[in-house]
Design a protein around this ligand. Structure first.
Ligand code: PEP
Ligand code: MG
Length: 580
């Protein structure tokens, strides 16, 4: 097999060496897992039942054809019924379940992919088109299968086969990513996506190497190809030579050693060389992430992206009690440390459900607080759940995407209303719970007095702040090269926010991806940042950088950076900061 190299955008650190597992686009809603030996026959039965259900469905369709329906319609239904009865569809996937232990959906898709590939070779255009019929039939069966409740097996460790797999897909949504978090896939490669797309963020939260924006990766890479992902460089090498493989294995070992060394810093306080204490907090997506946060020595949670509790549930919003359990769990897991719960930031690349892609410009649409204020009942339910959890530890509420004073006022009024209802019911909560604003829209960074007057703390969401300042969609890989945290406009907005917060005597954090980038640690320290919130995987490396930083040395270089409007001057000065 020929070796080739692909270049994309690095989103998650480290090196992964494994075999390609391709996800077909139709398979994105489908869970891939191995079935335990004793469940094989039940899984076979599940697929047979689904096929039988589709037969029945087609029969009903045929029986209920309107009298004036075109005759081809009946013929199409006949063709689909014939396809469904063909052993290639009705039996081959059953053999795949038995021989490879794939779950029913995966087995069906594997067979369909193989058939599709064979159809692509056919010369006759009419016959080649029949591929679409087969796919439509498969879709029907998949729909029936997906309609049934499915559970991913909990323990991934026993899935020896999975332990080596690198997922290759055109795209993977954040919700799909969540499916993989309990699994032992060792890397991700996608054709699309940017450095700070939510998919990339979740990849980082899984703490495994990933590369996105790889253009044609899912077309060029074949199932079971050997792959190396260099997550730091955003490079993928397919079918590497023995020599290259050996070099990467050596690098992998060296990196693991360096990581182990960092582990020793877990209990070391985060203080600069010159004695300034810095707060290092963790970004989490689900309560389970607390274990990793604590393991990394985080002094609390600076951003709990609560929307992940809501996603991929086919519009079944978690109830107040379900949410309360999740928040209380988090608060208790963090053992007295602060937990900053961001209210629902749904919309744009985090739709409630996969089918919710209707807005023309979702990133500029009814997202985050805008959505919550338009759905007051949903917002109140979440606020009540958060407040109830505040009786169990130190909770802060963080509101995303604020731009207008009335949005702040309405949010605060809703919090007051949630408190009043709990008080009336005699339910305990922390009346002094702090409420903060995400500064992630340029308008907010340019109107800070409006915020500091009303809020207890600020948290800069640099991911969106960059997106909205530079007018580039953070998920669009075609403009990913324009996504530049060092753009002078971005630096000015961040610096202004930190200064305004300090002047008003309120805490300011950065919780966007910039906070976890060691190349930017000194820059942020130099701007006066004292609170960083990032994915736990980055925390110890950032701490090491802080321990080696001297604010006195950084200051003169900072003046140069903040006065400059020249990208080259800024980039060089930031580089110099790292060498100090
Ligand atoms: C941000 O925008 O920087 C942020 C932290 O929020 P999210 O990435 O979830 O939009
Ligand atoms: Mg944001």
């Amino acid at each position: 097999m020929a070796s080739f190299t692909l270049h994309g955008i690095p989103v998650s650190r480290g090196i992964a060496i494994g075999r390609a597992h391709l996800l077909a686009p139709a398979a994105l809603d489908v869970k891939h897992y191995l079935v335990a030996q004793e469940q094989i026959e039940a899984e076979v039965q599940r697929l047979q039942n689904a096929i039988a259900a589709v037969h029945k469905e087609l029969q009903t369709l045929w029986n209920e054809l309107p009298k004036d329906a075109p005759t081809e319609l009946g013929a199409f239904i006949d063709v689909h019924a014939l396809i469904l009865s063909d052993p290639l569809i009705a039996e081959a996937p059953l053999d795949i379940i038995r021989s490879r232990h794939y779950n029913a959906e995966w087995a069906l898709l594997t067979q369909i992919d193989e058939l599709s590939a064979q159809f692509d070779e056919i010369e006759d255009p009419y016959l080649r088109e029949r591929k679409a019929d087969i796919q439509q039939v498969a879709e029907r069966v998949l729909k029936v299968l997906l309609g049934t409740e499915q559970l991913l097996p909990k323990a991934a460790a026993e899935d020896e086969l999975m332990a080596q797999m690198i997922v290759v897909a055109h795209d993977i949504s954040p919700a799909d990513m969540l499916q993989f978090r309990d699994r032992s896939f060792i890397g991700f490669i996608t054709d699309v996506g940017g450095q700070n797309s939510h998919t990339a963020i979740v990849a980082r939260s899984l703490d495994i190497p990933a590369a996105v924006g790889m253009s044609q990766a899912s077309m060029l890479i074949e199932q079971d190809d050997w792959l190396i992902i260099d997550g730091d460089a955003g490079v993928v090498i397919a079918n590497p030579s023995a020599l290259v493989l050996e070099q990467y294995r050596e690098r992998q070992v060296a990196m693991q050693r360096a990581r182990k060394k960092l582990g020793k810093l877990k209990k070391t306080p985060a203080v600069t060389k010159c004695g300034t204490p810095i707060t290092l907090l963790a970004n989490i997506e689900l309560p389970d992430d607390c274990a990793f946060a604590l393991e990394s020595g985080a002094s609390g949670v600076g951003l709990f992206r609560s929307e992940f509790l809501f996603m991929g549930r086919a519009h079944k919003i978690p109830t107040e009690d379900e949410q309360f359990e999740a928040y209380r769990n988090t608060v208790q897991s963090m053992k007295g440390r602060v937990v900053t719960i961001r209210t629902l930031d749904i919309g744009a690349d985090k739709p409630l459900d996969q089918s919710d892609h209707t807005a023309l410009n979702p990133a500029l649409g009814l997202r985050a607080i805008r959505y919550c204020l338009a759905e007051p009942q949903l917002f109140l339910t979440q606020l009540r759940a958060i407040l109830r959890a505040s009786a169990f530890g130190k909770v802060r509420i963080l509101i995303p995407m604020l731009a207008h004073a009335f949005e702040i006022d309405q949010s605060l009024a809703m919090i007051a209303q949630a408190k009043a209802s709990l008080r009336e019911e005699g339910v305990k909560f922390d009346d002094a719970v702090e409420v903060g604003a995400m500064i992630e829209i340029p308008a907010a960074a340019l109107a800070l007095p409006m915020f500091v007057k009303r809020m207890d703390f600020l948290s800069i969401g640099t991911n969106d702040l960059i997106q909205y300042t530079l007018a580039i969609d953070r998920v669009d890989y075609e403009v990913a090269h324009l996504y530049n945290p060092l753009h002078p406009a971005v630096l000015q907005l961040i610096s202004m926010t930190i200064a305004a917060g300090h002047k008003a005597g309120i805490d300011v954090a950065v919780c966007g991806e910039m906070a976890g980038d060691v190349k930017l640690t000194r820059l942020l320290l130099g701007m006066g940042l004292r609170e960083f919130s990032m994915h736990p995987a980055q925390l110890l490396a950032v701490k090491q950088e802080i321990l080696n930083s001297d604010l006195g040395l950084i200051a003169p270089q900072m003046r140069k950076i903040m006065r400059s409007m020249e990208p080259n001057v800024i980039a060089e000065a930031v580089h110099q900061l790292q060498l100090m």
